[in-house]
Write a protein that binds this ligand. Structure first.
Ligand code: HEC
Length: 124
């Protein structure tokens, strides 16, 4: 839905640009660069268990589940999970160990990517 809106807005810019004779209109697209960084970090550090495209594996749960809706697992739970690890409680995959190599700045990019993907999937 959001993508359709973006395309519609982009087309609007393009068509209004074509009609403008005297002044140039530069469309501004939303900045998605942070999400690219987050995806790389996710793929490297989380995907082995939480799955490519956040779909889960035999070793860990998918984030495309309402359990991980921001209202239920706020962003803070991601920082905590990486720093302290997670004791098995929602599923039967076992515990998640703390990930020392992933610092809090990296988590903030990862969270951005996770929320972006969840939003695309209509989780919230
Ligand atoms: C070795 C496997 C493994 C890796 C790698 C891993 N996780 Fe997990 N993670 C798990 C498992 C298993 C659970 C589920 C625990 C439960 O609720 O039963 C979990 C749960 C979580 C939760 C939910 C925490 C809560 O409060 O319920 C978050 C958030 C999370 N992981 C984030 C991450 C992030 C971010 C990364 C990458 C930086 C990552 N995990 C890497 C296995 C992993």
């Amino acid at each position: 839905m959001k993508r359709i809106l973006l395309i519609a807005v982009a087309l609007l810019f393009i068509s209004s640009n074509a009609m403008a004779t005297n002044h140039e209109i530069k469309p501004t697209m939303p900045n998605l660069s942070g999400i690219g960084v987050g995806k790389k970090l996710y793929d490297k550090n989380c995907a082995a268990c939480h799955g490519a495209s956040l779909r889960g594996t035999k070793q860990g749960p998918t984030f495309m589940h309402r359990i991980y809706h921001p209202g239920h697992h706020a962003d803070g739970s991601f920082y905590m999970a990486v720093k302290r690890g997670v004791r098995q409680h929602h599923w039967k995959f076992g515990n998640m160990e703390p990930l020392n190599k992933v610092n809090q700045r990296m988590v903030s990019s990862i969270v951005k990517y996770v929320r972006f993907m969840q939003k695309q999937a209509g989780i919230f």
